[in-house]
Design a binder for this molecule. Sequence first.
Ligand code: ADQ
Length: 735
Amino acid sequence: MRQIATLTAAVIIAVTLIAGLFALSEANDTQVNLSATIQSRTQVVADSIAGTVAPALRADATSTVRTTLDKLSGEERVAGVGVYDVTGNPIAFSSNMPSNVTSQTIITTSMDSDQPQSSFTSGPQGSLFVLADPIDQNGHVIGDLVVVQNAQYITDAVWNIWRTDLIRLFLEILLFGGAIAVLVRFVFYRAIRDAADAVRSLRAGRPDDTSGTGFGFFEPLTSEIKKMSASLQTARRAASEEARMRLEKLDSPWTADRLKEFIKAYLKDRPIFVISNAEPYVHSRANGRLQTSVPAGGVITAIEPVMEACGGVWIAQGSGNADKEMVDEDGKLQVPPEEPRYTLKRVFLTPEERAGYYDGVSNEALWPLCHLAHVRPQFRSEDWVEYRKVNALFAKALLDEVRHIERPIVLVQDFHLALVPSLIKKSRPDAQVAIFWHIPWPSAAQFSICPWRKEILEGMLGADLVGFHTQQYCNNFLDTVAQEIEARIDYERFAVVRGGHETRVDPFPISIAFPGEAEITTPPDKEMLDRLNIKTEFLALGVDRLDYIKGIPERFRGVEFFLQTYPEYLGRFTFLQIASPTRAGVEKYREYAEQVLAEAERINNEFGTADWRPIIVEHRSYSHGDLRKLYQLADICMVTSIHDGMNLVAKEYVAARSEENGVLILSNFTGASRDLASALSVNPYSAEESAEAIYQALIMPESEQRRRMKAMRNAVRDYNVYRWSAEIIKALANL
Ligand code: ADQ
């Protein structure tokens, strides 16, 4: 709309300028012509009067002069006549001569130069023309004749021209401005929008959407775009064919395209529904400005590329303060914002619901229950009421979505939504439901302290498939089921059978979308280090949510022990910790954040100098692009979780090391340590072990770094997140 207004305003200004110039020129011409006419006509009148007046003037017969002038004053347009002597003093005036219109200068100038002089002036009745003409006798000037003519008609004529032109200009503006606005809005704009829609449809692989499009004004482009469409379709078919062939060759890497093809083949385009607590895009408003952010967290990192590849609907909690403004009446919007590929449906909770379900049961009960972090779980029955309520809300949101869909594929994510699978299955037994548990499953003994253990297990067993990262977690889960509820456990097939329904329990080690060449900048961009004022020879990196399972103070103590043991590295080594705030509603997390910052401060005070701090903590979220740059710059990445379901940071570091150097130090207590066996493994509880691992990493020969990194890169490339989701979907669809 702004463009239309700007264009219309530009046209109006141009029309006004052109019409203004024409009007000016026309008014000027008229003024010049009419002035010339009045000049010559007045001269004729003056000549004829001079002939009559001159003899009387010569004879000094003033009364004769006055009588003669009076007779002449009746002439048409003559507004007055006056005669002056050689000194410029008046001798006689006609009776109609207006007073104070004749200047002395014009009279004396005309007599001195012996030439007529004229000027325009204004009188009581409007504009007047004054001509002063010298009266001669034998070549001598004997007086001056002044003839005053009515010139108002000239002013009127000029004003008439301006008035007529202004009215015409106004009409032209209306006509041109209106025509331009209508043309742009309804012809050009619509044609451009149609063309853009058509190109977008082509890009999204929906050539049929463009078949009826003529692009109106841009008709000549149509055939070109249609040709482009045809070649794009051909290229797509070829790529699709190639992907299908690759699908059959098991050793080729999994990509977004291969996953798409796989889903077509396996699900015959049945849509996928994902339900998770966290949403992939958060809209917030700060100082009136709308911002879109991607929250830090493993579930988002893993699921987002899969949804981008497959499309479908993702149901999640709306958590941003501007989330409500962005959705339609069903709570939906298309994402990613810059290139929509799937639907995000937001579920909005009240503060009480969120406090009980998210802060309470999820973060203060189940999280410490499942992680061996020595944090006592808080089981509050009022929180459990909210947890059940919110699980029912999520299940309802899903059931509304799949109302008209046969055998929908539903992938429930994580421990926030343990009751959702059975709630869905109760209403829709035909749905194929999987729940993936992103955190560890503890031993049966540890889980037995949970007062809601039976309900949680029954909720999860509503699913057809329960997935964990490792076989160990699957075993723990089956032991827990065996101990807690009545069910038959089939240890051969890793399945639980209850009331005629079978649930498979399998490991699916989650991974990341291995970045392509294009996403890795070589050589690495050092600007970020300059910004952080890091100048040391060696850089070690940690990237985590500020969560007590991530073992950040333990890591810092490893750095401290390293610097105490190997003082030759003082001033030559920096540890950079990127720590994003998380779960701020829970007291334990606020305390942990303070503890991490205090620990860094303590160690910095112990070793730091005026221009070097051994530990730098960036207490904020970074974009994935910026994290990738840091991964490329870090000689060492330290993942020292005291317990972690998988840990994707370890895999991200490995994937970013396209030069195949660098060392990953990885805690034994992460799921990732099973997949990345070539990392330097540590027990994070031992500062000595962590310190020694840092030292070994720094002195490790380049050849050994490459051997280890290559093996780890192959593992992540081979089992990336596309393969992870394909394996889950295959297992689910095959049931
Ligand atoms: P998380 O506990 O969130 O995930 P992790 O697997 O390491 O842990 O994933 C964290 C993700 O957040 C990574 O993609 C990382 O890049 C990103 N991230 C971390 N700190 C960040 C920061 N400061 N700024 C921006 N991004 C940041 C849970 C389980 C894990 C499991 C995943 C997936 O706890 O064990 O691996 O789910 O299943």
